[in-house]
Write a protein that binds this ligand. Structure first.
Ligand code: PA5
Length: 323
């Protein structure tokens, strides 16, 4: 499933009718866009939010709770994302959006969300995946929807997909295969450290290690971590922490300095940080290439640990007990 990532980016495209609705909503003037979703289905929204952080002329907010903020009114477009279509927090937030007469798009493979087709513009995605493996579909659809609402050109995922396929082949032949990286993670608790558009990539990596490799992982963000977490990276630390710095070719001068100094400080304290960067043609490709690489690492780590990367027994058990 993970190796299919590049192809999944182009698997579902928004149709002309949906595009026309987005353009009309954009022309009428949007208050903002709220993207509703949980877990594997929320990540796409976080990527869209980070990518548009500076360029967006309206707020883009990811909602990972049952309720919506009071400021989300009928001028806000909402995008409900749920692979199963049955996630209770997403459905509850969806109901709030419906009560407030927000235009609603839903990206789902089925469940209750799919049955809400009277008031909702549904983008149906194929079944048979784990929600987290469907990320490339969620992301390409959600980004194109928000681009359409913003009245800007839609990202062409065909080119990015080809470039990721080429990278995939290259990694298989390189010294730093995802398997080799997973071996470096063995016995450690990785802390993925990102900045700007790579912060959600750090978060995704943490979640993939948790869900696929069934082990502890954390994430943090520079500059914020320089004001708190940095105090915990000290020589007498009793945990086996592995800092993994996600480095961008697009860091501005201050972020670059912060990343470099933080790495050196951790080295001085006896940690062995990994610096991870992948060549790309722009920030978007960089986000997706690093995501694909780290997704593969999480599956390799699962294999090394002898666990099943597909099952999510604890998530399922908790959902069942909540019924
Ligand atoms: O990865 C997973 O399986 C979970 O994080 C799910 O994505 C999460 O529980 C939400 O479910 P769904 O994606 O069906 O809305």
């Amino acid at each position: 499933m993970v190796r299919d990532f590049p192809n999944l980016l182009t698997r579902v495209k928004i149709d002309q009718d949906t595009q026309d609705i987005c353009v009309r909503l954009g022309d009428e003037g949007l208050g903002g866009v709220a993207i509703l979703g949980m877990g594997g289905s929320s990540i796409a929204g976080l990527y869209v939010q980070a990518l548009l952080q500076e360029a967006a002329t309206f707020p883009v907010r990811v909602n990972q709770v049952y309720t919506l903020p009071a400021y989300v009114d009928s001028r806000w477009a909402t995008i409900a994302v749920s692979y199963s279509g049955n996630t209770e927090e997403t459905l509850a937030a969806y109901n709030h959006a419906a009560q407030r007469n927000c235009p609603i798009f839903a990206i789902t493979s089925g469940g209750l969300l799919l049955s809400k087709n009277i008031s909702t513009m549904i983008i149906k995605i194929p079944g048979g995946f784990q929600p987290r493996a469907a990320f490339p579909i969620f992301f390409s659809v959600a980004l194109n929807l928000v681009e359409c609402l913003a009245g800007v050109n839609l990202t062409d995922f065909d080119t990015i997909s080809k470039s990721l396929l080429a990278k995939l082949a290259k990694w298989d032949d390189s010294a730093l295969t995802p398997r080799a990286m997973a071996q470096d993670f063995t016995g450690y608790v990785p802390v993925f450290i990102g900045s700007s558009h790579l912060t959600p990539v750090a978060y995704r990596a943490k979640c993939q290690i948790n869900e696929n490799a069934k082990t502890m992982a954390f994430y943090s963000e520079i500059p914020e971590a320089n004001h708190n977490e940095i105090e915990s990276f000290i020589a007498d630390n009793e945990f086996n922490i592995l800092p993994v710095f996600l480095r961008s070719s697009y860091e501005d001068e201050r972020l670059k300095r912060r990343m470099d100094i933080t790495t050196s400080l951790y080295e001085e304290e006896g940690f062995s940080p990994i610096r991870l960067s992948i060549g790309s043609k722009d920030e978007l490709e960089e986000m997706l290439a690093l995501t694909l690489y780290l997704d593969l690492v999480s599956v390799e780590l699962a294999e090394l640990r002898g666990v099943n990367p597909v099952s999510v027994n604890q998530i399922s058990r908790l959902k069942k007990e909540l019924e």
